[in-house]
Design a protein around this ligand. Sequence first.
Ligand code: PEP
Ligand code: MN
Length: 339
Amino acid sequence: MIIQLEHQISEDEKKSLLRELDKLVKGGTEVSTQFGNYIVAIGRSGFDIRSIGNLQGVKDIHRVSDPYKLVSKKWKLDESTIKIGNNCSIGPDSFTIMAGPCSIESEEQIKSTVQHLVANKIPVMRGGVYKPRSSPYSFRGLGMDGLKVFYRHCREQGIKIITEVMMVEQIEEMYDYVDIFQVGARNSQNFNLLDALGGVDKPVLLKRGISGTIPELLQSAEYIFSNGNENIILCERGIRTFEKSYRNTLDINAIAVLKDRSHLPVISDPSHGIGVRKYVDKVAMASVMAGADGVILEVHEKPEKAFSDGQQTLDYLQAEKLYSKLMKLYKLREDLDQL
Ligand code: PEP
Ligand code: MN
């Protein structure tokens, strides 16, 4: 159950509400975000919710039977739009493309990517400076030095930055240089990191775990929301299956299902989702039709020279073609949605 509180609820009203609630369900968790104040209560379902709904200070009350509550569409039918600064947003009224290398490698690489993005009107650049790698001997990123150069060039050209944060301790040092914090597949259930990102007033792109289920992803998002941050973007990035013909299986189904179960925007990551360059465009296009609010793509001037994930990275020409196909498909989807 979610109880939405009036903005001006007094402490006394809140106390009597919590007292009343205690009689009916097992306690309640208070949640305050950028946009609202809520109490989330879990417990018995067979009582008349009007006994709470009529109390002073209560704006609305919703029964939500899902294991995830605040991120569920059961109480918030309007899809959420996440604002990235003043001139970029991710949500139901747009299709957002984010692109860039798997890893930030050098100033030259950053400059070249920024130029490519500006020329193609792509608003957000991706690039990891802290890289989760299967082998400890692989390139693990340039860290804060790389991020500062990344930031300087993007800011000069008005490009927003998305980059992965791997540890709670990194949040503070990264904060000033990041527009969207990415939580990678390997940290999808790092609950301490999710708790901490709940205390941040910047958007978080949360990837699905390598073997994560849809309810697990949504409950991870619930950690962030319930700690105070509503600005969450879900990301389908492929799951591990028995199929060995490609790196991962982009779960197109999940895009449709997530859009149905949650009010949060959903982004597809076809690069990691299939992991093979020549198929990335096909699954990216399928993602549009499945209802994605955008894509995040790995793009590099010379993919064969990339420090990581070159095998799934598009070169500039391939990327440019794909951007225009995706925007055309998005327009088509909007038309089809009118039928
Ligand atoms: C990445 O985006 O480069 C990355 C490491 O992604 P994932 O966490 O989905 O593997
Ligand atoms: Mn990668």
